[in-house]
Design a protein around this ligand. Structure first.
Ligand SMILES: Cc1cc2nc3c(=O)[nH]c(=O)nc-3n(C[C@H](O)[C@H](O)[C@H](O)COP(=O)(O)OP(=O)(O)OC[C@H]3O[C@@H](n4cnc5c(N)ncnc54)[C@H](O)[C@@H]3O)c2cc1C
Ligand code: SF4
Length: 489
């Protein structure tokens, strides 16, 4: 079993019994040393693996839980010691794991961890002139039967996204508090084992490390969070790091929860009248639409996708990503949320961290590495399409037809960050100009040739060309770049 397939129903484990199979899990030191992991992320994965192994032992399985230099040597040592008649694994979610299994002579079983296998995605895509997420999502809805009344979408519309982009409420309301599970001896022993290179705050019990606790988070998400999920999905508040997001992504990505069961639960709550259609549809679209779409795309485009850098972005990751203090309130807040929780929600990933990296020309590999090691839900298959494609437009528009570039006005509209910031989101020049606003215009200026022909970007590029103070914007952008690189912005 891979560490992101921790579910009794998945792959070969689904049919295994204690008399038919011995289970091998490898805790690889090379994997742990491969990145500067966030402490909550490393703790979550290792703890979930160890708990899963213990559950299998309780069920009567013989489990070979191996601490090995790397996965390959773990498998080889297992073979040497246990002489299994065959070693079987489910297809891994990420590309390199697949190649490794081939080299190790492991029998590979088709993955059933997603609702649409990437082969099916590829076959669907091959029948289309353009492979849009919205079309894929509708195809999934019909095929899987989610939120369908006969052959029509429940609520009369396929997509309620337009209802889900409200500004943050300023009424000081309380958002659903995440559940917490007190740490136990296993948690503490895992924390003791983490290398000193790990960063970020220690876990506080927010992230569940067993299926039982993940299921409790699912019920909480459906009963308490989903009723208020939809309208403020895109809003950002300094007073809440999670708002009404479900916080289920790490469990889905590790196998502790399965996509079908979370969608079943959301649909049932809608049918009972407990969750409005806009919230149920918004959530199910993210899971059967976006999540499965990025998985399918990842497998279509790998391995070349990993190196995509169409905008020629080569800036190293600025020091503020590692917590160097910054006057930019939005970035300071979001980077702080990542350090505290290993999490920040979608719009903060896309429109604050991703947007800054896009406008500043940060190397896609540098941002991918930072997010992958820093987020509790990180994995290459989900990171690359979201970072390289969505956030940085480094694939030249294969994922998203236009770059998600925005100035301070967007962040101000969707957050409470700007009011107490050292910079002025309305200004594009001068020492107190908002770096997002300056860099937004400088980005359009820098890439005008590329985007002028794009129907979705031509208007913004024309507006940038017409700016009377373009020289001053360019000069201010240079100052911003220097300060970003120096860690003095
Ligand atoms: C730059 C960037 C990096 C990202 N990195 C990751 C990552 O490493 N791992 C990850 O799981 N998601 C990633 N996402 C997608 C998304 O931001 C997270 O899935 C979401 O914030 C998780 O929080 P949640 O469970 O509270 O989500 P909710 O807002 O409650 O959404 C429900 C579920 O939908 C799925 N989902 C929603 N959007 C996406 C998406 N774009 N891609 C894949 N799944 C999606 C997730 O499984 C999520 O749990 C990234 C997005 C961006 C823009
Ligand atoms: S003014 Fe600019 S830098 Fe400051 S919080 Fe707003 S968007 Fe961020």
């Amino acid at each position: 079993m891979f560490g992101d397939q921790l579910n009794r129903a998945l792959g070969p484990l689904g049919a295994a019994t204690p008399s038919s199979a011995r289970i091998l899990l490898v805790e690889s030191r090379a994997k742990l040393a491969s990145k500067r992991w966030h402490r909550q992320r490393a703790h979550l994965v290792i703890c979930a693996m160890r708990r899963f192994a213990a559950e299998l032992v309780d069920e009567g399985f013989e489990v070979d839980y191996r601490h090995a230099p790397d996965l390959a040597s773990g498998v080889l040592a297992h073979r040497a010691e246990c002489s299994p008649s065959r070693v079987v694994a489910m297809e891994p979610a990420s590309f390199d794991g697949s190649a490794l299994l081939g080299r190790l002579g492991v029998d590979v079983v088709r993955s059933d961890q997603f609702l649409c296998h990437y082969d099916e995605f590829g076959a669907w895509a091959a029948t289309r002139r353009s492979v849009k997420m919205e079309d894929f999502y509708r195809w999934q809805r019909v095929r899987l039967g989610y939120l369908m009344d006969g052959d029509q979408p429940a609520g009369g519309r396929w997509n309620f996204d337009a209802d889900n982009r409200e500004r943050p409420p300023r009424d000081g309301r309380a958002w659903p508090e995440p559940l917490r599970t007190p740490l136990d001896d296993l948690d503490r022993s895992v924390l003791d084992d983490l290398p000193s290179s790990c960063w970020g705050r220690d876990p506080d019990g927010t992230w569940a490390t067993s299926r039982t606790e993940a299921l409790r988070r699912l019920h909480h998400a459906v009963d308490v969070v989903l009723p208020v999920f939809g309208p403020h999905e895109d809003a950002m508040l300094s007073t809440s790091w999670h708002l009404a997001h479900t916080l289920l992504s790490p469990y889905l990505n590790l196998g502790l929860l399965l996509p079908g069961e979370v969608c079943d639960a959301a649909e049932a709550a809608y049918r009972r009248g407990d969750v409005p259609i806009a919230s149920a549809e918004g959530f199910i679209r993210q899971v059967i639409g976006w999540r499965e779409y990025v998985w399918g795309r990842y497998w279509q485009w790998m391995p070349d996708y990993r190196g995509a850098n169409e905008l020629g972005a080569h800036r190293p990751l600025p020091p503020l990503f590692d917590g160097t203090p910054t006057g930019m309130r939005c970035v300071g807040q979001v980077v702080g949320d990542v350090a505290d929780h290993g999490y920040t929600h979608h719009i903060q990933r896309l429109m604050v961290l991703g947007n800054l990296a896009l406008l500043a020309g940060v190397d896609p590999r540098a941002l991918t590495e930072w997010m992958w090691s820093g987020f509790v839900d990180g994995a290459e298959w989900v990171m690359l399409p979201n970072v390289v494609g969505m956030a940085l437009h480094a694939d030249g528009g294969r994922m998203a037809t236009k770059p998600y570039a925005a100035g301070g006005a967007y962040i101000d509209k969707m957050s409470d960050y700007c009011g107490s910031c050292a910079y002025d989101r309305r200004k594009r020049t001068g020492p107190d100009a908002c770096p997002f606003t300056t860099l937004y215009w400088a980005f359009l200026d820098r890439h005008q040739e590329r985007f002028t022909a794009s129907p979705r970007m031509a208007r913004q590029v024309a507006a940038a060309r017409r700016l009377g103070d373009l020289d001053a914007v360019r000069a201010r952008a240079e100052q911003v770049f220097t300060a970003l690189d120096d860690g003095t912005l």
